[in-house]
Design a protein around this ligand. Structure first.
Ligand code: 5GP
Length: 202
């Protein structure tokens, strides 16, 4: 059996990556999602264990000490980290898993999992990004400013990724990600076992 693939998805806050991923998982429920452990407060529309496990700084720091995280980063004053175990067990079972992280997290994962495929989700323009962030109504003006400035820094690092998906039309963006996943399964390193099987039986 082939190992599952790891797909890293990043994009600035307000790029629409959550909406894209929700639609992707509705279309492809077999793909796993890496639930991050984070120390920021829960937003109204969020549920424990759906996208994030909301934990204390103390518990997070213990996870760092116990080497339970594949990567972690501090973003706008809070810790965000990817637990190692679920990623390893998904890929060993042959399942694909999507890890949604910021650009620093993506950089760390690429260094550790060299076969991971990375996808950057771009907003169609900075003006649209600003609109989406201020229209969300869940954050203060100060936090929105910090998120905008962090968004600019992240967009500058989009060149580190294997693929860029522009979120102008939601359905097209979701289909683009499905195409990326499929095409990576068609690569030689994912298909090698089939060639070997055919050759063994001839
Ligand atoms: P938000 O607070 O808007 O949910 O997320 C803020 C940023 O943290 C986003 O860029 C998101 O991709 C990133 N993020 C979410 N989970 C993780 C994680 O486990 N590790 C890292 N490094 N970043 C994460």
């Amino acid at each position: 059996m082939n190992k599952g693939l790891v797909f890293i998805v990043s994009g600035p806050s307000g790029s629409g990556k959550d909406t894209i991923l929700a639609k992707l998982f509705a279309k492809c429920p077999e793909i796993k999602f890496s639930i991050s452990s984070i120390t920021r407060g829960m937003r109204e529309n969020e549920k424990e264990g759906e996208k994030y496990n909301f934990i204390s700084r103390g518990k997070f720091e213990q996870m760092i000490k116990d080497d339970e995280l594949l990567e972690y980063n501090e973003y706008v004053g809070n810790y965000y980290g990817t637990p190692k175990k679920p990623v390893i067990s998904a890929t060993e079972k042959g399942d694909d898993i999507i890890i949604e992280v910021d650009v620093n997290g993506a950089h760390s994962i690429r260094n550790k999992l060299t076969d991971a495929v990375s996808i950057f989700i771009m907003p169609p323009s900075f003006a649209e990004l600003k609109n989406r962030l201020s229209g969300r109504g869940t954050e203060t003006a100060e936090i929105i400013e910090k998120r905008l400035s962090s968004a600019l820094d992240e967009i500058k690092r989009a060149t580190e990724y294997d693929y860029v998906v522009v979120n102008d039309d939601l359905d097209i963006a979701v289909d683009d990600i499905i195409k990326i996943i499929k095409s990576n399964h068609l690569k030689l390193k994912s298909q090698k076992h089939i060639i070997d099987e055919v050759l063994e039986k001839c």
